[in-house]
Write a protein that binds this ligand. Sequence first.
Ligand SMILES: [Zn+2]
Length: 465
Amino acid sequence: MNTRGRALVAGLFVVSMCAACAQTGQKQVSLVVTNGLVVTMDEGGRVIANGAVAIDGADIVAVDTSDVIGREFSGTETIDAQGQVIAPGLINTHTHAPMVLYRGLADDLALKEWLERYIFPAEAKTVSPEFVRAGTRLAALEMIRSGTTTFVDMYYFEEEIAKETKAAGLRAVLGQTVIQFPVADAKTPQEALARASTFIDAFKDDPLITPAVAPHAIYTLDGPTLTAARDVAQRYGVPTLIHLAETRDEARTALERGAMSPVAYLDGLGFLGEGVLAAHGVWVSDADIATLRARGVGVSHNPESNMKLASGAAPVPAYLTAGVAIGLGTDGAASNNDLDMFEAMRMASLLHKLQSGDPRVVGARTALEMATIRGARALGMAAQIGSLEPGKRADVIVVDMTAARQTPMYDPISHLVYTTRGDDVRTTIVHGRVLMRDRRVLTLDEAAVLREARAWADKVRAAVN
Ligand SMILES: [Zn+2]
């Protein structure tokens, strides 16, 4: 059938459905996900047994019991979530997507040695537009398969990452990296800033992509460049992404520049404010936390990367008490070594219980909030994403709960944090579009993505030897 014929049949289908709607009083919508246990993560923490979500186009139009949704709406497409949990898509607030191609390249090292001896040299020899495209496809495949619907990225050739992210159908905040030394996409920080401006111009009105500026860290940038990067972000009204207070070494950089801490140093530059998302925030004092709160800075907590590089444990209970907007991240797969946000939730919860000696801190609900609504707040996107509520974008996951490991289930929130794995996600929806249905990814050629990633690994191996 040609395109016109298909359109005609689709048109007839819609007309006949709407004729049915007229008789039943139902409103025609694009998609209904029904018969599931809905974990909304809304203000009231509503959980709906035998619930459903009605989606029209990119938006959620209703969240209620399956009976009510079935009476009021008719979906052009319906997904039956029997035996499954329907939840907001997960938000990964810090990663470097293409670094999945360095997964397992160098382990068991501290940040400084890991970066300077392995990662920066490998990047100098292998990062290219083709590399970041292949890496982003692999990362997108992994994220779709494990229920991440929004990710925050800091890397190079961010316009290529944006194109692949859009093709895969994911939502993302993408930060063009600014760093003092020559890198694959810019010889100087000035060139990187010019690239950032071009990138922002190209994607500023995109429904899925929020472009951003990503000054790497205080230990890889001088003061004037940090200020210049922040100025570009403010001029365009886009987010600023930075690694902040990740290691004890970084605290020394701040001291050398005459400030008490990395946070105090950036505050002295006038850098901190709304729209800044700081990754890690491990080496901070109570005064630093108060400063981050007062300036409206969001924080991304990356428990697995912090543990693996032995960077330290961020004072998450103190951030929560102070009311700082704090989300969860995986960091790049070279330091994690995967992008599974379920694992990040579990690790966040367990790490802070161990660290504080108090099993009540970072409970299951708080961990799930950090991966959803609190992450959305840290990004300044809580009006659009982070919970299942009418008027928000339809970023939804359906999670299987029938494995032996998940049986029986008394509390879905406990299960999402303490027993679920990324592989349990059956269906992933972003902006109302089904990206994976019953474990089949619809927007990427899975075999080709994996084949291509293995071919890149051969080049990486040759480059670092
Ligand atoms: Zn990072």
